[in-house]
Design a protein around this ligand. Structure first.
Ligand SMILES: Cc1ncc(COP(=O)(O)O)c(C=O)c1O
Length: 388
């Protein structure tokens, strides 16, 4: 079966003939006999319907669908993308270990390293997202994890994932990748040598801005470590949110195709605007990451950065406050268009972001692109008028 078909058919749960698996909410699960209770609690299998935290059929249906999309061995779901990232990191790191973290990582991932992991005696070294095979020069005898995120948060650098994973495979370390931007529909981390793929399913998997979830999917050789830390840390995913994610996932292929098409149209339009200095979006032919993106990714989502020409704070606020269709708010990956101001220079340590011009992050939704262009055009004209 082709992948688009599998996205529709996999993870339907138990075969009651219902297209969408129902929501099983549970804490207590009752057993008719002591023998049943003892049998269900035997160690050795991951899916025990013994207690809500150990999973319910709704959760497993979504896990099955994600395992298929990721070409993975097993998957576990968490209450948020950040919980998936921290659980994945906790699976492999202990006091005295060393972590290599990409410098363009999502801010709260960096905060977890600098605060929680540092408190526990795990040392983090940040590395240039464009390091490629030179990652070898940063590997130490105690390096246990190399963390990747591509394209980078806010700045959208594309990492050479196959080059990095081929180097890490020569060591005792493992790789974890935050693949939220592309989703496994457009980039498959595990097929590119990554051991652990992490997603904020809150974004494109849920796709409708109404639920929060994270997933960790792994190859066979590291699954036990992830499953152990998931269980010990008390991770859980709400079955109602899993139901919404499963429903969202069914339309992932068509939504992403439209996000890609509209994202590119708006990004191209923005590159020609006098108010815009540059657009940070790997699908654009002159983007520095375009060649690697083209080589490794099957498509693009519609999240990108825009650096404006210098303008006053007042003018920038007038632009943002006057938008009618674009909303202003955090997160992305839903069907709606969003803009937020960004500050890429904040928090970098291995690299610098010297551009002091104002920058924004765009998420292009599923609206008609001509309406989005009109919205932006109107607000750019208001900015020009306000300058006199
Ligand atoms: C790249 C990336 N990874 C992870 C997360 C965290 O996901 P969540 O908000 O589901 O915790 C986000 C959230 O914005 C993100 O942008």
């Amino acid at each position: 079966m082709k992948e688009i078909t599998r996205i529709i058919t996999h993870g339907r749960g138990e075969d009651y003939g219902i297209v969408n698996p129902p929501v099983y909410r549970a804490s207590t699960v009752l057993f008719p006999t002591v023998a049943d209770l003892e049998k269900a609690s035997l160690p050795g299998h991951d899916r025990r319907f013994t207690y809500g935290r150990n999973g319910t059929p709704t959760i497993w249906a979504l896990e099955d669908a994600i395992i298929d999309l990721e070409d993975g061995y097993a998957c576990t779901l968490l209450s948020s993308g950040l919980a998936a990232i921290t659980t994945a990191l906790f699976s492999f790191l202990k006091s005295g270990d060393h972590l290599l973290m990409v410098d363009s990582t999502y801010g709260p991932t960096r905060r977890f390293c600098d605060e929680t992991l540092a408190d526990l005696g795990v040392e983090t070294t940040y590395y240039d997202p464009l390091i490629g095979t030179k990652i070898s020069s940063l590997m130490q005898s105690n390096t246990r994890v190399v963390f990747l995120e591509s394209p980078g948060s806010q700045t959208f650098e594309v990492q050479d994932i196959p080059a990095i994973t081929s180097v890490v495979k020569e060591s005792d370390a493992i790789t974890i990748m935050d693949n939220t931007w592309a989703t496994p529909y457009y980039f498959k981390p595990l097929a590119n040598g990554v051991d652990v793929s992490v997603l904020s399913a809150t974004k494109y998997i849920v796709g409708h801005a109404d639920a929060m979830l994270g997933s960790i999917t792994t190859t066979r050789n590291v699954w036990d470590m992830v499953h152990r830390s998931f269980r010990n840390l008390g991770g859980y995913a709400n079955p109602d949110d899993c139901y919404l994610a499963l429903r969202g996932l069914r339309t992932l292929s068509v939504r992403l195709a439209k996000h890609h098409e509209s994202g590119l149209e708006i990004a191209r339009w923005l590159t020609n605007r006098p108010e815009v200095s540059r657009v940070l979006y790997p699908p654009l032919e002159d983007d520095p990451g375009h060649t690697i993106w083209r080589r490794d990714f099957k498509g693009a989502s519609s999240l990108f950065g825009v650096v404006l020409e210098p303008c006053s704070k007042k003018s920038l606020h007038l632009f943002l406050n006057s938008l009618k269709i674009f909303g202003m708010g955090y997160s992305w990956g839903g069907y709606e268009s969003l803009i937020v101001p960004t500050n890429p220079s904040k928090g970098r340590t291995a690299t610098t972001w010297d551009d002091t011009k104002p920058s924004l992050r765009f998420h292009i939704g599923l609206e008609d692109p001509s309406d989005l262009i009109n919205d932006l055009e109107n607000c750019f004209s208001l900015m020009a008028k306000s300058k006199g």
